[in-house]
Design a protein around this ligand. Structure first.
Ligand code: F6R
Length: 606
């Protein structure tokens, strides 16, 4: 999704802005642009393509100045092109925007009748025109910006500057925007990693906040101009955590960070000695007395919901209903008093997940966020929040967020089990002990992962994959298939293995690789039968198992083993080789692994 950065201070803005844009590349984009203010003039450059191309374009000079805005665009209205790239200008007002202006057509029509001319296909371009119009009415800049924003329907994070004054106005509604506070300098950004090397102090703006940055202290108001107070938070993530650290791609680094990320997610929350679990910000009565639990999310985070359902229903006998966030609120779900709505999101900014949270709050049920980003909308607005301590996830394809989400759900299961006396202390202690071994087991998989890279070489001309798994490993294979398709662009479908004969079996021939997760659990025999069915049709099976002597091992194309664990924790281990398989195929194909085409890291539009 679009990325916004802005700077006002005593250093040259251009390099600071371009460096910050580079750090937002992970969000996904198709074009980039910059505007730098200098003594009453604004120089702009924008173009289709990468931030590095923009850097080259501005290196010729002419971009001197200590105030500016920059933007990466992910096309929603209008093709990726120079004319649709941000910033957009009208009169002396220049704007960058993330979000969607829903009523832009009617505003455009109205302004056209008043004589305004538009140069792009974007919804954004109405914003500088509206601001300019209000400036011409005699309002001061901040007031004109607020008046313009009040006319907009939809979502936005905006940065606005004008030639006539050294001021940056920024605002947000349902799209993320933060303010960074440095030493006599200020930043705005869509996300913390963009400016983490510049400051650790941030203000997380709330919806309808407008911040006015000039030399001196920042002023924050509501849309009417009334002052509002916002706390300054200090972030503990370091800039280095958001760097590649010697890995070819962020995704590979993040796959290899999983032992640490899972261990960090457990730290301070589980004590094996007495079988206790502690969470920082959780309402005990609401969660422990839940009549029914809803788990709602998008994409990878939705797969974590499906795993949470398996764990909680099997062990606690509390019904769990899962839903894709974009479906949830439109189907009028039967939410009742005493229900708990768990919303899972790495970014905490996914528009559909935020909308689902708002639906839950409107219906008066307790909302619990499972989230990786401190200060994100989900983290701030849910009634309770449990953080995954994965650290910044930069690769668009989610990896360590997923395994830490499962870890949190596992801890929540133990926690509720203890509170409701549905699991005795001994069992909770045993489960905590097993959970503690998981980082080592993940490390063991990573250490022995060379054979996966070798195997990946055989599949570079393949067009389709089928993934099969059962029970708690069905969402794990769905996640494996999602990873493959999003970064390698190879079509991959995941099915519950027992469902294969109800349709997908028609696809099987000697050209179809079939990835099967088949652990040594109660589903083992059934999955062996499914493998037989694939082999009988000359399908090529890639078997992933914790069974030391899987009976199908000698008959399949390749076998990868992972350590054994309890049923509930299997997906944390089984998904690691699937992440690696997807990564190595994509890397060998030479795709843009960290920023796959058409994808955005933080999907802030519905
Ligand atoms: C897939 C992926 C996406 C996200 C989804 C939700 O690799 O990254 O499917 O999982 O967009 O994002 P969050 O978790 O930030 O709400």
């Amino acid at each position: 999704m679009c990325g916004i950065v802005g700077y006002l201070g005593n250093k040259q803005a251009c390099d600071i802005l371009i460096d910050a844009l580079k750090r937002l590349e992970y969000r996904g984009y198709d074009s980039a642009g910059i505007a730098v203010w200098d003594n009453g003039a604004i120089a702009t450059a924008r173009q289709e393509g990468k931030v590095d191309d923009l850097r080259k374009a501005v290196s010729a000079g002419g971009f001197k100045g200590t105030l500016g805005l920059a933007h990466t665009r992910w096309a929603t209205h209008g093709m990726p092109s120079e004319r649709n790239a941000h910033p957009h200008t009208a009169g002396d007002v220049t704007v960058v925007h993330n979000g969607i202006i829903e009523n832009y057509i009617e505003i455009k029509e109205r302004l056209r009748k008043e004589g305004h001319t538009f140069l792009s296909d974007t919804d954004t371009e109405v914003i500088p025109h509206l601001v300019m119009r209000h400036v011409e009415e005699g309002r001061d800049f901040a007031d004109a910006a607020r008046a313009a924003l009040r006319e907009l329907k939809g979502s936005y994070a905006v940065g606005i500057i004008r030639e006539k004054e050294r001021t940056l106005v920024a605002a947000k509604k349902e799209s993320p925007l933060i303010v960074g506070i440095g030493d006599e300098e200020y930043f705005i950004a869509s996300d913390v990693p963009a400016i983490l090397d510049r400051t650790k102090r941030f203000i997380f703006l709330e919806d309808n906040d407008v911040v006015i940055l000039r030399d001196g202290l920042p002023v924050i108001t509501d849309m009417e101009g009334n002052p509002v107070e916002r706390a300054v938070s200090t972030i503990t993530w370091t800039g280095a955590m958001a760097e590649k650290g010697g890995y070819k791609h962020f995704m590979l680094k993040e796959i290899f960070e999983q032992p640490r990320a899972i261990a960090d997610t457990l730290i301070g929350r589980v004590t094996e000695e007495d079988g206790q679990l502690e969470f920082e910000d959780l309402s005990l009565p609401d969660l422990a007395k839940a009549r029914k639990i809803w788990m709602v999310a998008c994409g990878t985070s939705y797969h974590a919901c499906m795993i949470g359902k398996h764990m909680i229903e099997a062990n606690l006998r509390i019904p769990v209903e899962t839903d894709i966030a974009s479906e949830f609120r439109y189907r009028n779900p039967i939410l009742e008093k005493g229900d708990v709505l768990v919303l899972i999101s790495q970014s905490g900014e996914t528009a559909d997940t935020i909308a689902a949270m708002k639906e839950g709050k409107k219906r008066g049920i307790y909302t619990l966020g499972v989230c990786n980003v401190v200060g994100s909308t989900l983290a701030r607005e849910c009634d309770g929040v449990v953080f995954t301590h994965a650290g910044p996830e930069i690769g668009v394809a989610s990896t360590k967020a997923f395994t830490t989400q499962i870890s949190v759900l596992y801890m929540l299961m133990l926690y509720i089990g203890g509170k409701l006396h549905k699991m005795d202390r001994t069992r909770i202690k045993e489960n905590i002990r097993e959970m503690r071994t998981i980082p080592h087991k993940v490390q063991a998989i990573l250490n022995g992962s060379g054979s996966i890279e070798e195997a990946a070489r055989s599949f570079l001309t393949v067009k389709d994959f089928l993934y099969l798994g059962r029970g708690i490993n069905y969402p794990a294979v769905q996640e494996g298939a999602l990873k493959l398709k999003e970064i390698s662009y190879i079509h991959a479908e995941a099915y519950a293995a027992g469902e294969m004969k109800h349709g997908p079996i028609a696809l099987i021939d000697e050209n179809l690789p079939v990835v099967v997760v088949s652990p040594n659990d109660s589903t083992y025999r059934k999955t062996c039968a499914n493998i037989e069915e694939v082999l009988a049709r000359r399908g090529k099976v890639l078997l992933f198992t914790d069974h030391e002597s899987h009976e199908m091992a000698s008959r399949v194309e390749s076998v990868f083993t992972f350590p054994s664990t309890t049923y509930e924790l299997q997906p944390v281990l089984s998904v690691i080789p699937l992440q690696l398989l997807a990564y190595h195929i994509a890397n060998l194909l030479g795709t843009d692994v960290d920023q796959p085409r058409n994808l955005a890291k933080s999907v802030t539009v519905e």
